[in-house]
Write a protein that binds this ligand. Structure first.
Ligand code: NDP
Length: 331
């Protein structure tokens, strides 16, 4: 078996580099009692992994040095000593950055790969899609005719947010990096408008795209752009703070609005962590799967090939170079 461990931590508040990861090899071994051996087909790369590389306090424990990089995986059972799993079963797990994982079956979930491509369970039909669904249902709750703005709009979470907003009859305004991503958001995902976060006239662009102000802000990025969006919030607007990727490596800071604005506009600003609402996962997954089956949920993938491509693909994700859900395809 082969994989990557976290070899060292990035400097405090600084950028991760390829040296932070090191390859390892190990005996794959046979599954022990109750265990299952899974051959991974795809690794998921997710922004939260950057937070785990640091030592500081966060909502999740930090990743231990010398241990395989954590991460969600989908694959196929190739040996089983658990009555609940058979060879050939397709499973979702937390196998980490490696080719095979010998997992405690309690950490695995069977997925029905006849309903959607296996890797969808790492993206729109998995944790990122569920994040979007929970934020939209429990915080943003858009009404028809309202305006919902989402950053990182073509990414794994943002693309689902936009489509849920459209399905709810709201005006969906995306924010994405560059003209190509924005064109995709409008033409393929059905956003009403999409703004380039690099535009020198961003504040004016936002005003034109959301002329009636913002009722729901689903925040994935933070920083300067977030500040511009806060200034356009309507009375009784809801803000879901889902991610602040622009500051994961220290460059941009995001400050909350003046509390006077919160009071005067009666804003609701709430942090969102998808794992706090495990009770909603089955409903979210069923709803997203039904939307997909009905042709109302689309997504894009950024696929990098081979285990060795994982560290570079991860750094590219942190730099915003991915276009859609970032995956690593294994042979
Ligand atoms: P994405 O597929 O959206 O990829 C990240 C995207 O962030 C990039 O492609 C880039 O898109 C965008 N981005 C915006 N600003 C920057 C910046 N300054 N530097 C780099 N990238 C930037 O990832 P996910 O959909 O997986 O995650 C989106 C956000 O949701 C992240 O902040 C993540 O941490 C968060 N998240 C939170 C969860 C929770 O439970 N709270 C669960 C899952 C994800 P572009 O260039 O188009 O702007």
């Amino acid at each position: 078996n082969k994989g990557f461990v976290l070899a060292s931590r990035p400097p405090a508040g600084g950028k991760a580099t390829l040296d932070n990861f090191a390859p390892f090899e190990e005996e794959t071994g046979d599954p022990g009692p109750g265990e299952v051996l899974v051959r991974h087909a795809f690794l998921s790369l997710d922004p939260y992994m950057r937070g785990r590389m640091d030592d500081g306090p966060s909502y999740a424990a930090s990743q231990e040095i010398g241990k395989p990089m954590i991460g969600a995986t989908v694959g196929e059972v190739v040996a089983s000593r658990n009555p609940g799993f058979s060879v050939g079963d397709k499973v979702l797990g937390m196998g980490g950055w490696r080719l095979y994982a010998r997992d405690d079956a309690a950490l695995l979930r069977k997925v029905d790969a006849s309903r959607a491509p296996l890797q969808a369970f790492l993206g729109a039909l998995g944790m990122p899609g569920i994040t979007a669904w929970i934020g939209m249902h429990t915080i943003i709750a858009p009404k028809p005719g309202e305006t919902v703005v989402v950053s990182a709009a073509t990414g794994a979470v943002g693309s689902v947010v936009g489509q849920l907003a459209v399905a709810a009859g709201a005006r969906a305004v995306g924010i994405a990096g560059g003209a190509e991503k924005c064109a995709y958001a409008v033409k393929e995902l059905g956003f009403d408008a999409c703004l380039d976060r690099h535009s020198p006239t961003f504040a004016a662009d936002l005003k034109a795209a959301a002329p009636k102000g913002i009722d729901g802000l689903f925040e994935n990025a933070g920083g300067r752009i977030f500040g511009a969006c806060l200034r356009r919030l309507n009375t009784f607007a809801r803000v879901a703070i889902c991610g602040l990727i622009s500051s994961y490596e220290g460059e941009e800071t995001s400050s909350l609005p003046d509390l006077r604005l919160v009071l005067v506009r009666r804003l609701r600003i709430e942090g969102l962590i998808v794992f706090d609402r495990m009770d909603l996962w089955p409903q979210a997954q069923a709803d997203l799967t039904a939307l997909y089956a009905g042709g109302k949920l689309k997504w894009r993938e950024s696929v990098s090939d081979g285990l060795d491509s994982a560290p570079k693909a991860f750094l590219d994700l942190l730099a915003g170079k991915n276009f859609g859900k970032q995956l690593v395809r294994l042979p």
